[in-house]
Design a binder for this molecule. Structure first.
Ligand code: ADP
Length: 452
């Protein structure tokens, strides 16, 4: 499925960028070609104007002068005096040229011919023209009156070079556009592939999550079904006695509780994935919350003969803004793990620290940026290779796989809560053995209550 999406995205991305590139190129070509044609036409107008002005100043028109002017300006000139062609007798008979000149003259007469009020005034018009054999020219017609009549000059400038120049420019653009198109498609291919990696990873994670969740739910469900079967006597000849039924019922109850915890955890993660779990921002005292957690887990630690201690800063920490309930949930996960993975006779320490108050002038400022909570145990520890994996969903180390009350979701939930606090969580080895989980949470001072 992803391959299909990848190809479609490549086509879409490459198609849109190529389309834009083509539109831009065509626009550029249009502007550049029009500019080129316009500048060529203006140059032709200027050159023929000079030529005709030169012509007017000549008293005698020599063949050499005309031939020079023709080759200098890359034009062909035809001159008639009172309708009689000048110089044609010397010029090699060129039927094609004569036909073109005739057509250019006719074109001028039908489109531009002007009647001047003063027959003694010379005039000159430049115009683009296409001959019947499809060749493009710039033509210039001039009429110079003199005492015995008038001299007409027709100058033709073939546009073959200009056409070639334009064609070469088009070819260059086509080559550049084609290369750019290939590069754009290649770029789109790799870019969309990179873009889809997190989506693909997310999908795989969802698949793994569903598989692991079903696996985790299947075990308590199987136990519940076998217990109900045993109570009803489905697999044996006789029904369970009331005492046996009571035992089965308490197993069903504890497995049901286990399923509920697992479902609660999964729901929490699903809310967190869809960013719709709420984090409150209300005044709380982290040291008081730590004490509450300590008291909640003291009995459990005592049961396992674990020394449990708490270290709080000497001066009480000022209240800050946060979600106290979530902080308690976070501490419960870490303390529950610490108690679970610390063998009898071990020790657990819960501690809180924050930057010491700074003295500025006469006022004391309590403004630490972060406060740190550490849960250090002397338990089985976490190998370095597993330290980054323990925050993944359903990850459990080999040693904890048999523990029924552990699903491998606790630390993943803890990380989500810490992230929603904009803090950080990491695990280190406790000196002498065991693990220490360190939480660094931002300190946002709670506003002082208004004096009543
Ligand atoms: P679980 O419910 O299995 O404890 P967690 O996500 O809380 O799931 O922890 C993931 C894994 O991290 C555990 O299976 C365990 O291997 C390891 N772990 C967590 N806390 C500790 C600890 N304090 N000491 C040793 N290992 C721990």
């Amino acid at each position: 499925m992803f391959r299909k999406v990848h190809y479609r995205l490549t086509l879409l991305c490459g198609g849109i960028t190529t389309f834009l590139l083509l539109v831009m190129s065509l626009l550029y070509l249009y502007v550049s070609e029009s500019g080129l044609k316009q500048s060529h036409f203006l140059a032709f107008q200027r050159d023929t104007g000079n030529l005709i002005a030169n012509f007017e100043q000549q008293t005698v028109i020599s063949h050499t002068w005309l031939a020079q002017m023709e080759s200098l300006n890359s034009v062909t000139m035809s001159v008639t005096d009172n309708g009689v062609p000048l110089l044609f007798c010397d010029r090699a008979q060129d039927e094609k040229r004569e036909r073109t000149e005739r057509e250019a003259l006719e074109y001028y007469r039908s489109h531009y011919a002007i009647t001047t009020d003063s027959p003694f005034q010379s005039y000159h018009t430049a115009y683009p023209f296409t001959s019947t054999d499809g060749r493009d020219y710039y033509a210039s017609y001039a009429c110079i009156p003199h005492e015995n009549g008038e001299t007409e000059i027709l100058i033709l400038f073939p546009l073959e070079n200009q056409k070639k120049q334009i064609q070469n420019q088009r070819k260059r653009f086509a080559a550049i556009d084609f290369t750019a198109m290939v590069l754009l498609f290649l770029f789109s291919f790799f870019f969309t592939k990179k873009l889809l990696i997190p989506v693909e990873e997310n999908r795989l994670e969802q698949i793994r999550f569903v598989a692991a969740a079903s696996h985790e739910l299947r075990t308590p469900l199987a136990v519940i079904l076998s217990c109900t079967g045993a109570i009803r006597g489905q697999n044996s000849a006789k029904k369970a006695s009331p005492e046996e039924a009571e035992t089965f019922l308490s197993t069903i109850d504890s497995e049901g509780q286990r399923m509920r915890r697992l479902i609660d955890d999964m729901l929490f993660l699903s809310h967190s994935d869809s960013h719709d779990f709420q984090i409150r921002s209300e005044p709380m005292e982290p040291d008081t919350l730590l004490l509450n957690s300590y008291e909640a887990f003291e009995a459990l630690a005592n049961e396992k003969n674990i020394r449990f201690g708490i270290l709080l800063p000497d001066s009480p920490m000022p209240p800050c803004l946060g979600d106290g309930e979530r902080l308690l949930q976070l501490l419960a996960i870490l303390l529950h793990n610490a108690v679970s993975y610390t063998p009898e006779g071990g020790s657990i320490t819960l501690s809180l620290s924050y930057a010491k108050p700074q003295k500025t002038g006469t006022a004391r400022l309590y403004r630490p940026d972060f406060y740190t909570i550490a849960v250090a145990d002397s338990g089985i520890g976490i190998p370095d290779g597993e330290k980054s994996k323990i925050f993944q969903r359903f990850y459990r180390s080999e040693t904890s796989r048999s523990a029924k009350e552990h699903f491998g979701l606790g630390l993943c939930i803890a990380e989500k809560i810490v992230r929603s606090f904009h803090g950080s969580i990491r695990v280190e080895d406790t000196p002498g053995g065991g693990s220490t989980f360190l939480l660094q949470l931002p300190f946002i001072p709670a506003p002082r209550p208004a004096p009543s």
